[in-house]
Design a protein around this ligand. Structure first.
Ligand code: SF4
Ligand code: MG
Length: 329
């Protein structure tokens, strides 16, 4: 139900104010409390924009973002500040987002002091506690960001977000810059924190392996629209949308036998001039006449799975959903 939802975004065109580009168009996404929703797609698909709008860093030019059923843009004063704190963003590159001239104690402790969560004389104890939570040694709190490893800096970024007691974390490629083993440690930290702190996550990533590992549900985006939204198992075992299918077939898997499906062909069209009808039709091996003319709506295709593909309306049904459809990978 809507009241249960931790975060609801309903967007009809979100983008940078001075751009006419609709980076995100007609996206409707609800995230339940405690849930992890992965946002995936190729670069330029609008997933980062959507993440920023959800986190309140970017204002949607149309549409609404709701938190616990209330429109965030209509909130004022204390309520707005509380909501802004409740939804925190964690960025990809901690080095770029951590002030190199600030000590870690201040990087983590500044916002809690500014927002009155703690008094300035409580900063040492408070920051030490948050650092322990993310696996950092509190004794290193007087150091500067460059004195830490990449994995530790990622933890500093997480600690800074956690320090204001958020309910929702929007993570944009938060582990992409890290070595695989470090990346796995940080993902495990995210999962531990989820359990301990009852957090909700929106996890933006181009890395399907990461998303499969971490998400309860996955939203697949293409040129600013969600083309498929379903439980992680459903998406990875039997994708409904040809674009999802193509994305998955691009992923090299350890148990890969051979490719059964046409890999993604062609460039991503410019979001300035998206193709008419289904945005994916120039690259889709299943495209037929209707696809070039009519935009497919995102709709329920069974078991709570949403997909935006005309194949689901054909008398023969969607070939990707047949029992004998080729396996992914
Ligand atoms: Fe392909 Fe048509 Fe489905 Fe778009 S609507 S994904 S072009 S089959
Ligand atoms: Mg991005």
């Amino acid at each position: 139900s809507l009241d249960m939802a931790e975060k609801i975004a309903n967007l009809f065109g979100a983008g940078l104010e001075d751009q006419v580009v609709r980076a995100v168009d007609d996206v409707n996404l609800s995230v339940a409390k405690g849930e992890v929703v992965g946002l995936v797609g190729e670069s330029g698909c609008g997933k980062s924009t959507l993440g920023r709008v959800i986190a309140g860093i970017l204002e949607a030019s149309a549409g609404t973002v709701k938190y616990h059923g209330k429109e965030v843009s209509k909130m004022v004063g204390t309520e707005r500040r509380a909501t802004d704190l409740a939804i925190q963003m964690i960025f990809q590159d901690p080095m770029a987002s951590l002030n190199p001239r600030m000590r870690v104690v201040d990087i983590i402790g500044e916002a809690p002091v500014v927002h009155g969560i703690i008094r300035r004389n409580e900063i040492d104890g408070y920051v030490s506690e948050v650092m322990r939570k993310v696996g950092l040694d509190p004794a290193t709190r007087m150091r500067y960001p460059h004195q830490f490893s990449g994995g530790q800096r990622a933890r500093i970024g997480i600690a800074r977000a956690l320090a204001v007691n958020p309910k929702v974390l929007v993570c944009d490629e938060s582990t992409a810059a890290l070595d695989v083993s470090i990346q796995a440690q940080v993902l495990n930290l995210f999962m531990d924190l989820r359990r301990e702190l009852d957090l909700t996550y929106v996890f933006v990533s181009h890395d399907l392996g990461v998303v499969e590992h971490i998400s309860d549900r996955v939203a697949v985006m293409y040129l600013g629209r969600i083309v498929e939204l379903a439980g992680t198992d459903a998406i990875f075992e039997r994708p409904n949308h040809p674009y999802t299918r193509a994305l998955l077939d691009e992923v090299p898997r350890l148990d890969a036998k051979k490719k059964h499906f046409t890999a993604l062909k062609g460039e991503i069209p410019s979001p300035l001039t998206p193709p008419p009808g289904c945005h994916f039709h120039p690259r889709c091996p299943f495209a037929f006449d209707r696809c070039r003319q009519e935009r497919p709506a995102l709709k329920d295709v069974g078991k709570g799975r949403l997909s935006a593909c005309h194949l689901n309306d054909t008398p023969e049904g969607n070939p990707l959903m047949r029992e004998n459809a080729p396996a992914v990978g």
